[in-house]
Write a protein that binds this ligand. Sequence first.
Ligand SMILES: *Cc1c(COP(=O)(O)O)cnc(C)c1O
Length: 396
Amino acid sequence: MGEKRFVYMDHAATTFTKSEVIEAMLPFLKEHFGNPSSLYSIGREGKEAIETAREQLAKAIGANPEEIYFTSGGTESDNWAIKGTAFARRKKGKHIITTPIEHHAVLYPCEYLQTKGFDVTYLPVDRYGLVDPSEVEAAVRKDTIFISVMYANNEIGTIEPIPEIGEIAKEHGIPFHTDAVQVIGKIPLDMKQKDRNVDMLSLSSHKFYGPKGIGALYLREGTEIENYMHGGGQERKKRAGTENVAGIVGLGKAIELATANLEKHNERTKKMRDRLLAGILEIPDCMLNGHPEKRLPDNLNFSFEYIEGESLLLMLDQRGICSSTGSACSSGSLEPSHVLRAIGLPPEIAQGSLRLTLGDENSEEDVDYVLEVLPEIVGKLRAMSPFYKPTTACEK
Ligand SMILES: *Cc1c(COP(=O)(O)O)cnc(C)c1O
């Protein structure tokens, strides 16, 4: 056994908060603690800081500041977009179009709406998790009230053709929501150009080196939506609750850094990712999940035959490597990921999945370490499996 390192490769789950971000936040946890709705100076400072963050975020995604609403994170933004739009437009129809590979923050609100009389179409996806825009076109009905398709998948990294789907939504006059939580700092967004047909967009600060518990919903001017939080008049009477000032300031700083760092981030992570990919594919009976090219620059997802993902994860953790698997042990039964099932993986293959997502603090030494440790662990686990007989060479 070589030396043990600490290697964090689970950036799709969350990222560390950058020190510049923490520095920017601190004054709003200390001296500038006033309520931003108050009129005295320590309150006004908070209010001004919120508006600065709103401008930073708007600039980063090519939006107008008036189109940005701060929320408690990706989950709230998704819930607001979905339930808020469904209830605002329910007199126009009850049909919703989405995909089976959305994050649960989209899928479960849709399932909830089904219990309230809405009708949901889950579009087919191909074996890479790609949605075909023509399937969106085919699913549109007279009573379709909105479409929600994620920008990029959090498990397998596949990037969806959002501008093309937006075009179809626009032609039919249907509001279009996208969960863009995984793309900030990786794919440039431009709500005035490329993404001009997106009406609602969710994002979350802790996925781009900002703090947890803060996010935003972009709402294009004129978008019909009901409030989700009722109470005070914050966020131009659209999202009640005293603002998380420090969090908002942190989000503003984080998105500014993420945008400035985008190309460098992609170049660095892609280089490490590709070496990791080539090295891991040397392990027999493994395959890459997700699209080979249309994927996030920092995401890798593999299936290892004859291996149970959770055992793999625990053994990697013992060696200091933080990763993620598509199988979660819930109440003793192993539930394979809904995303891996939707792309057609049989349950036993879906269960042996491993997600590695790279980030700014990873180095080539981290890649070396994973490439040293992972094959060894896979070998050990397979040696314990009564079913394993090495057969095929690695499937690309
Ligand atoms: C993390 C994530 C969310 C949830 O965001 P939170 O801020 O953790 O609530 C939603 N959608 C996607 C695609 C995510 O990766």
